[in-house]
Design a protein around this ligand. Structure first.
Ligand code: HEM
Ligand code: HEM
Length: 156
């Protein structure tokens, strides 16, 4: 470690990314819930549809989705920055590669928004498929991430 930042700050910064990512996990599950509600609104009819529209699920999904997009990009870069500060290098392992993969996937997924809003089914189904992969990879990241946290704690 060869930085002007005091050592305790650098060491403790290692817990910021895991904590942020667990919050992001919860937000992602919430985005999934809202996305499924958007689908329900589309297929519902009559009174049920009127009631569901009041929920403004499409607006909420877009907002939470945008927040998830931003936090995932920043959180991923942050994880790499902190890893580098503490180790002087990155570890080209599954957590890094899956993390970069997720960051790419969510960018493509979000970029389909204007097409989904025009009603393009191909965009909708691509969005859903990408996000299923995203949520699956998130489970992997949570698992491997906790293992890394345990390794960091055992070295403190
Ligand atoms: C993170 C996980 C996400 C999940 C699990 C998810 C899931 C879904 C689902 C299931 C739908 C419904 C598709 C349909 O109507 O058939 C949907 C729609 C949509 N999503 Fe996502 N999404 C996610 C993230 C995002 C992000 C990051 C954005 C943009 C920043 C976004 C923007 C949209 C938009 C614009 C729609 C169309 C809503 C409408 O029809 O009015 N989503 N999403
Ligand atoms: C959900 C729980 C997660 C936990 C507990 C977790 C934990 C960690 C930990 C402890 C580190 C090492 C930090 C250090 O060495 O100082 C790390 C690095 C990293 N994390 Fe996560 N993480 C999680 C989710 C994610 C997600 C969702 C992404 C990306 C979308 C991500 C991307 C990264 C990247 C790119 C690195 C740098 C890896 C390297 O260069 O070796 N993490 N994570």
């Amino acid at each position: 470690m060869n930085s002007a930042t005091p050592e305790p700050i650098i060491v403790w910064s290692q817990f910021f990314h895991p904590a942020l990512m667990w919050v992001l996990f919860a937000l992602t599950v919430y985005a999934l819930y809202l996305g499924l509600k958007v689908r329900r609104v589309r297929s519902a009819e009559g009174e049920e549809k009127k009631a569901l529209i009041q929920g403004k699920y499409n607006v909420k999904h877009f907002q939470i989705g945008s927040l998830v997009l931003a936090l995932m990009v920043v959180g991923s870069i942050g994880g790499m920055a902190v890893t580098y500060l503490n180790n002087g290098k990155l570890f080209v392992g599954s957590h890094l590669l899956a993390g970069l993969g997720m960051t790419g996937i969510i960018a493509v997924s979000a970029s389909l928004s204007p097409f989904m809003q025009k009603g393009a089914d191909w965009a909708r189904y691509t969005h859903i498929a990408l996000n299923v992969v995203l949520v699956g990879l998130f489970g992997w990241q949570a698992w491997t991430g906790v293992e890394i946290v345990q390794r960091i704690i055992s070295k403190l």
